[in-house]
Design a protein. Sequence first.
Length: 283
Amino acid sequence: MTTTRAQGRKISQFVAKTTIAGSNSYLNYIIDNTNYRISYTDFIGGLGVTGTIVQAGAVTAAAILDTQATVNNIRGIENGSGIQANVSASDGVEIKHNFTVDSTGSPLMLNTTAVSPTFVSLVAGSGITLAAVGNTVEISANDDLAYTESSLQANATATVIGATATPVLIAGTWVLGVNTGFTQTTGGRLTYNGTATAVMTIHASITLDPVSAASQNLSVYVAKNGVVIDATRISSFISTGLAQNLSLSTNQSFATNDYVELFVRNATSTDNITVSSALFGID
């Protein structure tokens, strides 16, 4: 009968070693005065520490494993700028973005609680130019933000009325005022030079009276591209020597090279009209 009992033999005179090597290596141990041995392979397997711990991924990455001599440290994950790290309800490590979006105005980041928030794009509106310059976005007005104004003062040139109730271009030499995005003429024409179609406000104020007749039904109109816009008419009954002011304001759409002028009409007779002063502008 084979037995592994020591039968009183003494274990002694061990040779000191700092490592265990070889497939036939064994470790001895004693339980209740009985000697046992276990292979090194089985011992390691029983401890559950087989294999090695090494860092995976790019060598330039921030390592979670920090090996210091015989000690393997596992680094903690800390909050960084815009980053929040927490232990989740399932005992995992949760890393998520941590941004604060102001609620005033239109936010540049949407869906702040989503896994992938949306950063909106900026689109230039009418009269606005956007340009990326380095790390900034420059917002500026462009030529589509147009305005202009011309004027008549102390004008003695009469506008000849060739036919009753027929609008005629105001006669006189206009003085050119402030201007961006338009071409002005001394004949009173304002031509839009912008590339984007835009709705702008035309404003006009004129002082006029008939040359010789009394109680004349006089009107002022805006004409676009040579065609009178009936809906812009402002009228009044005016007698010679009793000049009155007529003012109008209208919103009109302008495409490139559209132009506007001011026309007057005498609906009573062919008595000529003198527009002694006027302001005519667009913005």
